[in-house]
Design a protein. Structure first.
Length: 86
């Protein structure tokens, strides 16, 4: 799937995340979604970049809040603007 990065990436010990606005609408999935990827697998992305993502859309319930969350777990990301990725 393809999308445009809408927020600057944040990094933790195990995962990094950013938000993207997907080009294609998928029923039941928000148009703008959080994308998570492993912290040690990184490509340069910034707000406004066009990226290609290979991964899975995951829905899970946060037990403490009793809320569902949907996010994109990225296995591979390619930045079309900078022509780099993993």
């Amino acid at each position: 799937m393809n999308g445009i990065v809408t927020s600057f990436p944040t990094t933790g010990d195990y995962y990094s995340s950013s938000t993207i606005k997907m080009d294609e609408k998928i029923e039941g999935v928000p148009e703008e979604i959080v994308m998570r990827f492993r912290a040690h697998q990184y490509t340069y992305i910034k707000e406004g970049d066009i990226i290609r993502v290979y991964g899975k859309i995951i829905q899970e319930t946060l037990k403490f809040w009793q809320k569902d969350r949907i996010y994109l777990k990225a296995d591979h990301i390619y930045n079309e603007i900078l022509q780099c990725g993993f």
